[in-house]
Design a protein around this ligand. Structure first.
Ligand SMILES: Nc1ncnc2c1ncn2[C@@H]1O[C@H](COP(=O)(O)OP(=O)(O)OP(=O)(O)O)[C@@H](O)[C@H]1O
Ligand SMILES: [Mg+2]
Length: 234
């Protein structure tokens, strides 16, 4: 699966849910392998391809039901995943390895802006956000990943159709961010919020894009702002 959306729209949040649903220790499980852009070294493409494939094979040998999460892949070099295409193909078989049970999740910002533009045009035309479906965005996510610089640009992973689902994460509106603030406030400050508090934190923590409808950073880094607010106001 490949998750696409602008910053703070919940890509990591949801991949953690997947880990929690599959393993007792969730994201802490030994069978969850999370690769962040800083672990996969930028310049050494061949070296990366080799070590990625070797790492995945070893993990699958230990447990065929492993979960691999690749975060911020828009920061990676195009081609970095080409060496693992055959490992993701359900039908491929390599003696001693069963890749068909493993789950691979790619997370990126690529296509995030295109998804936001499409959502805005849908809502401007009179359809509600809640009425949109996967079909409205799936192709945009796939094309965005393939055409924009990053780990999936011109990637054989996409050309070979081994990615089953391109999952769009819609940009968050003010009402969604308010819910995040409420949740964080209750958790961190141990009291309930008021409209004034929400609006103060909103002003300090959130900026909106050129449509003035979608948050630039989704619900990201809100907890730090809420923490600071509670500290200053108690
Ligand atoms: N759709 C959502 N519903 C509820 N909470 C959300 C949602 N999106 C984001 N959040 C909250 O915001 C936090 C930050 O989101 P997350 O780290 O998953 O964003 P991201 O999409 O991975 O962003 P980035 O592309 O910048 O890495 C989450 O831990 C969660 O608390
Ligand atoms: Mg993230």
């Amino acid at each position: 699966m490949s998750f696409h959306g602008t910053s703070g729209t919940g890509k990591n949040f949801v991949s953690d849910f997947v880990a929690q649903a599959l393993y007792q220790k969730g994201i802490e499980s030994n069978y969850v392998h999370k690769y962040t852009a800083d672990i996969i070294i930028f310049d050494e493409l061949v070296m990366n391809q080799f070590s990625l494939a070797a790492g995945i094979k070893k993990a699958i040998k230990d447990c065929p039901y492993s979960l691999f999460i690749f975060d911020e892949i828009e920061k990676l070099k195009p081609g970095v995943f080409d060496a693992i295409v055959n490992l993701l193909d359900h039908h491929s078989s390599l003696k001693g390895y069963d890749f068909s049970k493993a789950i691979f999740i790619f997370l990126s910002n690529s296509a995030g802006t295109e998804i936001a533009v499409k959502l805005k045009s849908i809502t401007d035309s009179g359809r509600f956000r809640d009425e949109t479906t996967l079909v409205d965005f799936e192709r945009i996510a796939e094309l965005g990943a393939y055409n924009v610089v990053g780990g999936l640009q011109d990637s054989k992973l996409i050309e070979s159709h081994v990615i089953d689902h391109f999952v769009p994460f819609l940009p968050l509106e003010q009402r969604h961010v308010e819910q995040c603030i409420k949740k964080e406030f209750n958790k961190i400050c141990h009291r309930s919020t008021s409209d004034k508090i929400i609006s103060d934190i909103m002003k300090a923590a959130v900026t909106f894009d050129e449509t003035h409808v979608y948050s630039n950073n989704g619900c990201k880094r809100l907890s730090k702002k809420v923490e600071a607010y509670c500290y200053m106001n108690t």
